[in-house]
Design a protein. Structure first.
Length: 395
């Protein structure tokens, strides 16, 4: 690992200009957060309704034969996913009956890491020390060393081999052909065990560049990797048991359209219809909460950027600037949290009135509690000031 340091100084005037420009970005983030939060709740409710409707309609059936009576109905099937197609890597000697195959290519490369330390100076200027460190890593993505701060001595060659993937066109569970939306969700790859026979079948021109090293093809010396060395492994999805919920459309399992949304569920192993719907519900909850926190962070960041000029103005004396910055961050979260909850509550009142009303009550407590804390703090500070004033007058 090697380091390169760069030091720069930003004047107080430039910082003020940047902070004022940031107000516009802050307003955009602030407004966008309302839309994100509202959309997220509506999307979550829509998904809940879709899954609830699916639960009430799904019919478990045998995957071994097609019953025309179930055509266009929502069905649950389970069985071994099979294919008759042989998948091949055209260069590296692999031909195997599998649902999917992919070539994973990694190259030993330089990577640049950047760490920044900022110090406020008396007078409002700021000193920024940036340290660029360089280390060697294995990466599936080509790292452009031309964009490094110090490319000299850290040059990466071009990737000589590319990732490759292939998917069987006739994947079936019993008598049912799986449509694309289902096969796209099949991603439980496992390493393919490479043998001497695979190595012998490699494209002739490549044999001089690779050795078989365990379960990988390796270009270079495995014990002492050098920049530009390449290692390649093959991963496949073997025929195995899957469970799925979707629309029986003649001999195909397809997406089912409910009044609220679409259903196409699939997991490896035997899973009941309830299991598949429960997994989908858990994923919806996780995604909803992740987006909620994202919306809250956007709102906090927007308010903080709007207040940022106050911190920069106070940063003429660094310790005062730190206090003002901490206060701006606190004000931002005190405002962002109840406003986010209010947005969520109003959206749920629109989509689900009873739950929305409960959230609105909780939001009221946050508003009331937050302002009460700030009021007590203001009163306490006022009393302390009065005591100091009385003491000075007495003296």
């Amino acid at each position: 690992m090697s380091d390169y340091k760069e030091v720069s100084v930003t004047s107080w005037g430039t910082r003020i200009k940047n902070a004022i420009s940031g107000i516009f970005i802050g307003f955009l983030l602030f407004l966008a957060s309302f839309y994100i939060l509202w959309w997220n709740e509506g999307n979550s409710v829509k998904r809940i309704k879709t899954l609830n409707e699916g639960r009430s309609l799904v019919t478990p059936i045998s995957a071994d034969q097609i019953d025309p009576a179930n055509n266009k109905n929502l069905v649950h099937i389970a069985g071994r996913a099979e294919t008759n197609q042989i998948l091949r890597d055209p260069y590296f000697g692999v031909a195997v009956k599998a649902l999917k195959l992919k070539r994973v290519v990694e190259m030993y490369q330089w990577q640049e890491d950047k760490k920044t330390k900022t110090t406020s100076n008396t007078g409002g200027s700021q000193t920024t020390e940036t340290t660029y460190s360089y280390q060697k890593i294995w990466s599936q993505n080509a790292i452009n060393s031309g964009e490094f701060k110090k490319p000299q001595g850290h040059e990466n060659p071009a990737m000589r081999f590319q990732q490759y993937s292939q998917e069987a066109k006739d994947i079936k569970i019993g008598a049912f052909q799986l449509s694309k939306p289902f096969t796209a969700k099949i991603n439980n790859f496992t390493p393919y065990h490479l043998t001497e026979q695979n190595y012998k079948a490699i494209n002739g021109a490549l044999k001089n560049r690779f050795i078989l090293n365990g379960n990988e093809y390796y270009s270079g010396t495995p014990d002492t990797p050098q920049i530009g060395d390449v290692r390649i492994r093959i991963e496949i999805i073997e025929p195995q048991e899957y469970s799925a919920v979707g629309q029986q459309y003649e001999q195909m399992l397809n997406i089912y359209n409910t009044k609220s949304g679409k259903i196409n569920l699939i997991e490896s192993g035997y899973k009941s219809a309830d299991d598949l719907f429960q997994t989908a519900e858990d994923e919806n909850v996780a995604q909803t909460w992740l987006t909620r926190f994202g919306g809250l962070f956007m709102m906090w960041a927007g308010i903080f950027l709007i207040l940022k000029p106050l911190q920069v103005l106070a940063d003429v004396v660094p310790i005062i600037g730190s206090i003002v910055g901490a206060g701006a961050s606190l004000i931002a979260i005190v405002l962002a949290l109840p406003l986010s909850l209010l947005t969520i509550a109003l959206s749920w009142i629109f989509f689900r009135p009873l739950i929305g009303a409960a959230i609105l009550v909780v939001t009221g407590f946050f508003f009331f509690g937050g302002f009460k804390i700030l009021k007590k703090k203001a009163i306490k500070e006022g009393r302390v000031s009065d005591q100091h004033l009385s003491a000075e007058t007495s003296s």
